[in-house]
Design a protein around this ligand. Sequence first.
Ligand SMILES: [Zn+2]
Length: 266
Amino acid sequence: MTTYPVAALEGGVDSELAGLFNAWVANWAQMYDCRLDVNRVPELLALVESDDDAEAWTELGYRLVLEHDLLSLASLAALPRLVRLAAGDSAKARLLAGAIMERAASHHDGDELLAASAEAIVELGALLDRHLLSRPADYLVTFRALLAVRGQYHWANVLGDFDDDFYELPCPHCAAEVTIAIGGFGRYAAIRDWDLGDIDRRDLRPSSAGELSGVGRWMHEIAVRDGEDVLAEGIRHLFGKAECPGCASVFTIADEYGAANCPVLR
Ligand SMILES: [Zn+2]
């Protein structure tokens, strides 16, 4: 899994990188946006800062996140200003900063720029966490953005709301393609048959709260704290165990799914 250097986030900004970053910010001409323009993003940021211009926000969105997918250097350079706006209660800025962070594991040649934005990223994390406490309508989007801020890019990109979620992964023992279902219709491991549907179903074995560790424990604690019962239950299952319908071996779903799908480069 690609992880962000958390120590760098928590330990402050390296002064050399900060200097480099300031030089970059001073010279936006070096940073193309997703439409390969160099001057428009600074103009748009100025517009949204001065009067929350709706059209400018829309254009800023597609210039900073290419087809909802990849980033440009300008995306990363814009983070500190977006976080400042988000701190001033701009929902659009919070969403756009979160969208940039979710994609920050993709190729963008901007690792130094990302590291130099460490203080802004830490502040964004605090903002997102506070927003979660208000139990907002965009809870899952915010939760995923917070996962990205914590360097959990994989889960930031694949976590669903457990209303109707399927995870495909190979059994680590027999390599059978196993379908894991976690949703309102059931929580099971099965073999997916094109004609017959999910066959040979085996109930999942969720972890108890005390058995969770690492990112699963943290995710579960946040969901429980915020009264997000469906999400919390889903996480206990996702970070619990499944029995392979093919060979009856038992494995931890999140470990195998992560191993089969990392790094996620959208
Ligand atoms: Zn198996």
